[in-house]
Design a protein around this ligand. Structure first.
Ligand code: NAG
Ligand code: NAG
Ligand code: NAG
Ligand code: CU
Length: 400
């Protein structure tokens, strides 16, 4: 396969005695793989970076950036844009977290053995506040940051969390750099299992199995075992947990069914329309989760469902313990990216915009507490809306 990486280094923008205006490309190291042409969302993001740069300049002048600048921001990249070496570093740190001892309360989660289990345990017991209208975007932004910080602080990872640009996996996901099962992929497809016939996303129609559904036996995570759950089993072939609620010890392989017919609900044009046609956060949220039914569109799942269930299976396709498949975080990084691009079209009005459906009034006062994932720190919810300086600068990331 042809792969051309273009890396723009942080060159001082001084040419032949004239000082050029420093544009965002001199502040953020862009790294692209020529194998993937930019899609409409990538192009929109590049255009948006000029606005982001202006917004940050104002924020710095006002002393509100908490030390976060475009130069210091962590850069989250698409998996396919990362070099094999960068991918290996990430995989290695993930494997380390899958072995590191659990810090979750043992009495509550007798089955949790590893730090990876801890993230499932939190998701399993806090699914309500993680997924309601107030929580979905900021709480998952924080959850992803907690995982990224665990990889960096507990497992020596030097990079930032990758994301998956869904569109790159809408043609041939099984043979992609993310899922082909080689040493620098995030694991392969599940082996064929005829007992797995397909999945239902929400109240939508059944999506037939694409031929997988069994254990992942290729790639870096073939020996990985998820130990707690299932929480809301979506597959007939997953062993039951010995303890009610899924908290007991239930070591099992990771199962997947990588399904192009699911991925096709998250093409770039859909993400682009979601960002550009949603004039307020409620519309953005509703369209992301459940777009208006369209009988002539066979892939009308909504971008969020598609991203979740591209690989499906267990624990990834189980809404309660989905963080047990590392692909969960790739998906939520992409969602965070889409939300961020949407915010940055009009940052003054959109960064603090909260979904307000059903007349909730507790919005701005909520504190996010990730307990055993992050220790005693809590984050006021609006601080987790701000990816460039929020919570004293703890949130400081860009997506390229
Ligand atoms: C992989 O991670 C371990 C820590 O779990 C570290 O000791 C080792 O050096 C890493 N290997 C590579 C190739 O980065
Ligand atoms: C794995 O496959 C991807 C996609 O073809 C490729 O970019 C990568 O270099 C391969 N890695 C290894 C270790 O062969
Ligand atoms: C419904 O889906 C069809 C086929 O994808 C598409 O051409 C059409 O624009 C969609 N209609 C609406 C209202 O989005
Ligand atoms: Cu979630």
């Amino acid at each position: 396969m042809r792969s051309i990486w273009c890396v723009s280094l942080l060159l001082p923008a001084v040419f032949a005695g004239t000082v050029a205006k420093r544009d965002w490309r001199s502040k953020v190291a862009v790294q692209r793989n020529g194998f993937y042409p930019l899609d409409v969302v990538d192009k929109l993001e590049e255009q948006t970076m000029t606005k982001v740069d202006e917004y940050m300049t104002k924020k710095i002048a006002a002393g509100k950036n908490n030390g976060c600048t475009l130069e210091t921001a962590g850069v989250r990249r698409e998996w396919g844009d990362m070099t094999d070496e960068q991918r290996l570093d990430f995989i290695n740190a993930t494997l380390c977290l899958m072995k590191a001892p659990s810090k979750a309360p043992t009495a509550q989660f007798p089955g949790a053995r590893t730090r990876y289990d801890d993230f499932m345990a939190y998701h399993l017991t806090n699914a309500g506040s993680l997924h309601d209208t107030i929580g979905l975007f900021p709480a998952h932004k924080y959850f992803l940051l907690a995982l990224e910080n665990a990889l960096r602080n507990e497992c020596g990872y030097k990079g930032y969390h990758p994301y998956m640009n869904y569109d790159r996996y809408t043609k041939d996901p099984i043979n992609s750099a993310l899922f082909n099962g080689n040493a620098t992929s995030m694991g392969g497809n599940g082996d064929p299992d005829p007992s797995y016939t397909g999945l239902r996303m929400g109240t939508g129609p059944m999506v037939k199995s694409a031929g997988g559904g069994g254990c992942v036996t290729k790639g870096p995570f073939k020996d990985y075992r998820a130990n707690i759950g299932p929480g809301a089993p979506m597959m007939p072939n997953v062993p039951k947990n010995p303890v009610a609620g899924g908290y007991g010890f239930n070591p099992r392989c990771m199962r997947r069914d990588i399904n192009v017919n699911v991925a096709l609900g998250a093409t770039a044009d859909r993400s682009y329309n979601l960002i550009t046609k949603s004039k307020d956060i409620n519309t953005f949220y509703n369209t992301l989760l459940t777009p208006p039914r369209n009988a002539s569109d066979p892939y009308n799942w909504g971008v969020h469902n598609s991203g979740h269930y591209i690989s499906g299976g267990d624990p990834g396709g189980d809404p309660m313990v989905s963080p047990g498949d590392p692909i969960f975080y790739f998906h939520h990084a992409m969602l965070d990216r889409l939300w961020w691009i949407w915010q940055m079209q009009d940052p003054d009005n959109r960064v603090n915009a909260q979904v307000n459906l059903g007349g909730r009034t507790d919005g701005p006062n909520r504190k996010l507490d990730l307990k055993w994932l992050t220790g005693t720190d809590t984050v006021p919810v609006l601080e987790a809306h701000d990816g460039l300086g929020g919570h004293g600068g703890a949130f400081c990331h860009v997506y390229v």
